[in-house]
Design a protein around this ligand. Structure first.
Ligand SMILES: [Zn+2]
Ligand SMILES: [Zn+2]
Ligand SMILES: [Zn+2]
Ligand SMILES: [Zn+2]
Ligand SMILES: [Zn+2]
Ligand SMILES: [Zn+2]
Length: 479
């Protein structure tokens, strides 16, 4: 077993400087006995291998067998159907063992009237499926007493496994679940046995609330966390970053349900939304066509030098204090009294307003990644020309890395804005988002002009942006 947390992993993937940035800025709010209290994104988890998890499952089975008089294969079935909640199983077993076993489809609700001893010792019996006759020991049945020949069972298992069904395999004549040992005693083909074990393992992991497969391509890591929360996990092996609760890309500060709805909506409405992702706009002052090729939304017209906002085309200088208005959709206050048609139009307008901002951040992220790369190249050149060392220029990389992190948080905040209602908490969120948005654009502006920006000024800007980001996440993640 190996532990993994965000701090270690960030330093692993070449972001040493970023880690250094955190460590060199002592946060005064930090509690001395809890170093992670200041980081709302901190989440405790472990990266496990398949073998680690198999060991964990076996321990659970052993524990349950030590408390209740049941076979390991049935214990595993019970654990799987009860989300691996040992104490709940024990309590329910003690209350009414028979009911628990019947409810869990392990025991038949009516005891079988067939004398199993008579079947086993019979010289020749016809199988009710294939109609061939065999001696008694060639027959198998679960506790329901539905006896079939081993070949018919094997065929049944093969069909089920080929459809990916393993842990939910039922008897051929009723809905009793087939335990692992029953299957493995009958299945001979090694390829099928392997498939069965592989699919069951995956089912067991999926039914365990504290385990999550890493969604990274070809990665077999399984993440273990004590609490099933919508928090950030970074796979130690493939570096994939995802939400522990839903397994999709990390999405704070928007909850799992909202991001899912939002992404589905974006995919459904992609054509409606396509026309707004324009890369050129006209300067609001001299009307010259301007192409946006940097991530920053603070634009300066190359012709008339007018400073304006890419999103709302307003004057940038009067913009700082009014950012709240730029990033927030102003709903028609009387919309509730309007026709259904007008309401639908308003909802679409609101969605397009936020979608345009969502797309714009995504594009900014890509463009800022290019800037990041350029900065690295420039640092290399400088170091080669003996203009300082890597450490001297590291702050520029840190700034670019921080910018990406802030931009991502801001982008992922947008779906939430589209769905939210206007409660008092939401107004606070909106205000915080607008503040962060303004500071991120300032940071982006400075990063794009990194070489001519004063180092102290840039570092102050980083500090301000990161503090706002942390506050926004803290309020969201601790709700
Ligand atoms: Zn048969
Ligand atoms: Zn049956
Ligand atoms: Zn992974
Ligand atoms: Zn999630
Ligand atoms: Zn202009
Ligand atoms: Zn604006």
């Amino acid at each position: 077993m190996s532990t993994g947390n965000s701090d270690i992993d960030e330093s692993d993937d070449g972001e040493e400087g970023y880690d250094y940035y955190y460590n060199s800025n002592e946060d005064t709010e930090m509690e001395p006995n809890d170093p992670h209290a200041a980081d709302p994104e901190y989440f405790e988890f472990m990266c496990l291998s398949k073998e680690d998890v198999e060991r964990l499952f076996n321990e659970c089975v052993e524990n349950l067998c030590a408390s209740l008089p049941i076979k390991p294969s049935l214990a595993k079935l019970l654990l799987h159907t009860h989300s691996w909640n040992t104490s709940e199983i024990i309590t329910r077993y003690k209350e009414d063992a028979s009911k628990l076993l019947i409810d869990s489809r392990i025991k038949a609700s009516k005891p079988s009237e067939i004398d199993s001893q008579a079947i086993r010792s019979a010289k020749s019996l016809p199988c009710s499926i294939c109609l061939l006759s065999f001696s008694g020991e060639h027959f198998r049945a679960l506790t329901c007493g539905h006896w079939f020949c081993k070949e018919c069972w094997a065929t049944h298992f093969e069909t089920q496994i080929s459809q990916g069904i393993t842990t939910s395999m039922e008897c051929q004549d009723c809905n009793l679940l087939v335990p692992e040992d029953f299957v493995l005693n009958i299945l001979n083909k090694s390829s099928l046995r392997e498939k069965y074990q592989q699919f069951s393992f995956s089912d067991y992991v999926k039914s365990h609330p504290k385990l999550r497969f890493c969604p990274g391509t070809n990665c077999s890591t399984i993440i273990f966390a004590k609490e099933c929360q919508s928090k950030r996990v970074i796979c130690k092996f493939c570096k994939t970053i995802f939400c522990f609760k839903c397994g999709s890309d990390y999405h704070a500060p928007t909850d799992c349900e909202t991001i899912k709805k939002w992404l589905t909506k974006c995919a459904d409405d992609s054509e409606t939304a396509n026309y707004i992702s324009a890369h050129t706009k006209d300067c609001p002052k001299c009307s010259i066509c301007i192409e946006k090729n940097g991530g920053c939304n603070h634009m300066q017209c190359y012709s008339c030098k007018f400073d304006f906002c890419w999103m709302c085309l307003g004057d940038w200088n009067s913009h700082g204090s009014e950012y709240y208005e730029c990033s927030r959709y102003k709903e028609n206050p009387n919309i509730a009294n309007e026709s259904v048609h007008a309401q639908a139009r308003e909802a679409l307008k609101k969605y397009l307003f936020y979608f345009e901002r969502w797309e714009n951040h995504a594009r900014s992220l890509r463009l800022e990644e290019e800037t990041h790369q350029k900065i690295i190249d420039r640092i290399n050149e400088k170091v080669m020309a003996s203009e300082g060392t890597w450490i001297d220029w590291q702050y520029l990389r840190n700034a670019a890395a921080l910018l990406a992190k802030c931009r991502y948080t801001l982008q992922l905040r947008i779906p939430y804005a589209d769905y939210m209602y206007n409660g008092p908490l939401d107004q606070l969120f909106e205000y915080q988002q607008a503040q962060l948005e303004a500071e991120i654009e300032n940071l982006s502006w400075k990063v794009e002009r990194a070489e001519s920006t004063d180092r102290g000024d840039l570092e102050n800007q980083m500090d301000v942006a990161e503090k706002l980001r942390t506050t926004l996440l803290k309020d969201f993640l601790s709700v």
